[in-house]
Structures are given as structure tokens and as C-alpha cells.
Design a protein around this ligand. Sequence first.
Ligand code: B12
Length: 492
Amino acid sequence: MLINPETERFSRSVTLPLGLLSIASYLSFHGYSVRLYDRVVEKESLETVAEAFVPDVVGVSLVSYKSIADVCFVSEFFKKQGIPVIWGGPLASELPEVSLKNACVDAISVGEGEQTWLELVQACQRHETDWSKIPGLVIRDPDGNALYTPDRPFLDLGILPETDWSFIDVPKYFQSSYGCKRMLYLYAAKGCPHNCSFCYNKDFHKCRYRKRPMEHVLHEIRFLVETYDMDGIYFADELWCRNVREMHETCDSLKSLGLNFVWGCQTRIGLFGEEDFRYMYDAGCRWIFFGVESGSPRILEQMNKRIAYDKIEQTFIDCKAAGIVAIGSFIIGYPGETAQDTKQTIALIERLPTKLINFNYFIAIPGSDIYQRLVDEKRHPGISDFQTLEVQDPMGTLLYNFSELTDREIKVIYSHYMWRSFTTSDLVVDGEKSSFTKKVILDALHTALFSVKNGEFGAFLSYLWFSGVSFLRILFYAKAFPSVKKRFGIKH
Ligand code: B12
């Protein structure tokens, strides 16, 4: 059984559990029977699911601290029954030793899970309890210390079978966004050749960029459009295409499907200009996320971002001219960020021809260069155990502030742009207005109804409380401190 844990959430923004789906499809292709239990969307209780499908081994996905409570809850449940539990995913892979301190887990699967899991279930089938020869694991030695098995080489993505969609109820993952009603997250490539200081990519993907075979992606899209009427795709690739040649190939392939869907992606400043964006628009691209991160050249250099500063504004102008919605993504509170740096970021944002700004509080992600540096410099205590870990919630408390801004300044600036993106009428896809306000309200209602329908009144009340508090907090900080906004050059 492969489990996607429940996460505390503000709205019902669900995405396909692509990693688990890939592992499940691979195991099933090799003849094993798998239950993918997604606790974000499924209403069945853990007891009911575990009664209907008694697993020989359980895998739980650990992406961030946000789901740690549920990860431990499900793991303890199976552990009590003597069933081996293995954690995998980005956070488990970055902190395997810390993860292994939890008595409810037997081993950590580091990096890509498909082949490791195949070898693991084969070992379980042979009733082998010594997993030390299976690459890609961290297990306990007889003294209870963490033991690393050999490294797991990267998979040739071409050997993966087609995704088996029967593991999930696809329509439950539809999102209504950017003018789409049935949008799904898919991926066409893994990793990124760059090495931004705040990203886990260097450690997790070793800065390797690997594309899935295009025919797999196309086949998947055709199936989802023809079977479920999917009308939009968000490519979750960390970097969608590295250059114009790859962009042309991908766009030509997507167009060749002759199907009715639009899509969006995340790409890099400086890769494409107006003509390229027009090419992308013609192939169905309607929105692009650009990770700009900062308007301060000094901070960008510290981040090792390596984007052409002088192309930032022009890229947004070109993108918009081609009819594609451009979203700028920024980090606030980077270590050492001064008020002057933030003013530069705000000045840049105010010049951009978009009101869609995605601000993120700086979080030191384990596996990133900056996390290690902060720990080495003893500015960050380092994460040594999950039980005492306080969650740094972007909508809530700011646990660590490594910048020279005050907590209040960070919250005011973050909330201002969050509120502005939420209420803007700038989001126009194919001439039609599509607002985040509507989407968030509908998502919120949907989540509330989902809890009530399932008789989860406790969950409903806690959801109401959580989303209400988050909403009011953003509104409060966005509106209550005009002097902070003025000082930083925020216009309206
Ligand atoms: C979609 C997505 C989301 C979705 C939900 C994801 C989920 N299932 O929970 C949403 C939008 C809700 C989200 C939220 C967040 N996300 Co996110 N998200 C992504 C994104 C764009 C795609 C994930 C994906 O499907 N990848 C494709 C699949 C095939 O790869 P994969 O998930 O890595 O799976 C492989 C391996 O990890 C492994 N594996 C994964 N799970 C398991 C489980 C087991 C048992 C095993 C053995 C192996 C295994 O095997 C898989 C197959 O090879 C990634 C970036 C990326 N492109 O990966 C970021 C990413 C995963 N998110 C990230 C972050 C930081 C967050 C947030 C904390 C953001 C925030 N500040 O709120 C939250 C936390 C949510 C949470 N659940 O805890 C980081 C994680 C970094 C880290 N921890 O090291 C990533 C890598 C982005 C980045 N570059 O920084 N996210």
C-alpha cells in the first residue's frame, strides 16, 4: 500500500500524487497488487481501507513537515500490526537519519522510488528481512544506527510503464484555474541543471535534467482528455524545457495531438522571447510561472540564481504580448536580505506588467545549500527530530527570520501581494476573466462540503478555523500597516 498523507490546508487545491502513481504503476506492471490510498481526497477511514486491502508492506510519502502528523499516524497504525513501513519523497530523502529516528518507520527510500520499491517487494515476497543489499535505502543496523545501502542510480525514465490511472479517481483531482475547469498536474521532465541555493535540486536530482519520453507524455494526455475530458495541464516540471529547440519540439508534439486543452508551466527568465511565447501560445500555453525570486542583484547572486537581470521585465512584457498570463514568483526574507534589497524587489514588482505575484516566505529546505550554510553557521538549529518540529506555515507564524527585515515587515509585504493577486482582475485567459477569488471561494466551499458530506464535523470545524484564521491574518497584514507599505515603496 502506498499512502499520500493528509496535509493541513487552506483550500482544496489537490494535485495528482504523481510520484506514488508512478511507483504503483511500476509495481503493478511487474505483477504486484497495489492500493494507492490518497488521504487528501479519499473519504474511507484508515481502518476501512486496511481491512479491505491487507498490505505486506506500506510506503508513505513525506514531502514536507506539513504532513508529518498524518505520516506518523498512518505509520504507527501499520507498525502496530507488524507491517513494515517505508517512507519516501523529498523530505524523507533529504533527512533520512532524522526520519529513521521515528520508531514507526523501518526504512527510508532515498530519491526515486520505483526500482527501490520493486526490489523491496521482491525481498518481502522472499521473506527476506535483510535489505542492506537493496540500493537507495537507509535502514537500521543491528545497533539501531542508520545504515546507508549503496546509492540508487537514476532511472532511465523510458523504462517506466504507462501510468495506470485506475489507481485513483481522476476527477477528484480536477482544479478550476486559469480558465480551465478540469485541469490536472502532470510532468514531462525531472530535475533542473541549475543550482539555486534555496532548492533541494542539487542534492536530490544532482542537477540532472531528465525528460520523460515524449510519446509517454502524449499518450497520457490523450488518454486523460479522451476519457475524462481534461481541459488543462499544469506541467509540474521544475524546469519546463531548457532551450528554444526543446520548446519547439514539445510544442509541436502537443499540437500534433489535435486535442482541446490548454496548459501552463514553470520556466526561467532569459530562455524565451516574444516570438517563442507566441509559439507556445499557439501550442496551447496560457500561463507561465517565472521564478524571479528577488529584485536585488546582490540577493540574486547569493541565491546563485544566474538569471539575466536585464531580461526580467522584458520577459514579462513579451509573455503578456503573446497572450500568456505571466506570474512572478518571489522569495521574501532571504538570509541577509536588507530593507534596501526588499525595496529593489518591490520596485521591480511594481514595474512588471502583471499583478499576479506569488510571494513565499523564505524556508530553509533541507538538502539546499543555504540550509546547510545556516546550520554550519549555527544560525539554524538544524532539524534533528520531527516530534519537536514546529511547522513554518507561510500563512501563519514565521518561525525563523534570517533577514534584516522585521517579522511584521515580511508579513505585511507578503500579505499585500497575496491579497492583490487574490483580488486582481488581471487574470484574463483568452479574453475571459478568471479570478483567483472565485477559485479560492469555490475550493473552500468544496472542502467544507466534502468534510460535512463525510460526517467529519471535527475536520469541518478545524478547517473552518484554519482557513478563517489564515484569511483574516492575510487581510489584517495587507491592510493594517500602510506606513510599512509606504516605506517599502508599495504603490497601491
Ligand atoms: C505538485 C507539488 C505540490 C502539491 C502537492 C504535492 C504532494 N503530493 O503533496 C502542492 C501544490 C500541494 C505542494 C505543496 C507543497 N510543496 Co510541493 N511540489 C509539487 C511539485 C511541483 C510536483 C511534485 C511531483 O508530482 N513530482 C513528480 C514526481 C514523479 O516526483 P516526486 O514527487 O519527487 O516522486 C518521486 C520521488 O520523490 C519518490 N517518492 C515520492 N513519494 C514517495 C513515497 C514513497 C513511499 C517512496 C518510496 C518514494 C517516493 O519516488 C517518486 C517517483 O520517482 C514538486 C516539484 C517537482 N517537480 O517535483 C514540488 C515540491 C515537492 N514541493 C515542495 C514544497 C517545499 C512544498 C510546500 C512545503 C510548499 C509550501 N511552502 O507550502 C508544500 C508542502 C506540501 C506537503 N504535502 O507537505 C518542494 C519539496 C522540497 C523538499 N522538501 O525537499 C518541491 C520539490 C519543490 C521545490 N523544488 O522546492 N507541492
